[in-house]
Design a protein around this ligand. Sequence first.
Ligand code: THU
Length: 142
Amino acid sequence: MRAAVSGQGDDGLTALFEAARTVRARAHAPYSRFRVGAALRDERGVIHAGCNVENAAYPVGTCAEAGAIAAMIAAGGRHIAAILVYGDGAGLVTPCGACRQRIREFARPDTPIHAAGPDGIAKSFTLAELLPESFGPETLGE
Ligand code: THU
């Protein structure tokens, strides 16, 4: 289902969408030419954004979600209340497997993950839907 991203009463989705769209334009993606932006809201309501940063040594490149999470941690945030990923792909642009695990470190099973593109939010998931039966900090039992 395609959700609206403008107007009031959208749970702050418009701000997340615009932050991800804006940061995506700054992506460093000369190799894949696939730009991605991610924006998340932390437990204080602060938005943090990141884009993919590729590298000539390909495996060293980092995903947009990793950048947004690093920005949150550096700014003092500790929990992801919601995250939106913006890309322009042939299909849904959802977080890659590694990024699902990165998100999982700072989120709860019901945390919303929105997949968006130029036309708006294409589909919304919970973390548990994208990463069921996951391994996390509490699994360590410490
Ligand atoms: N990419 C992301 O930034 N996030 C994802 O969840 C999927 C993939 C980036 C990595 C790489 O720079 C480009 O998209 C193509 O895979």
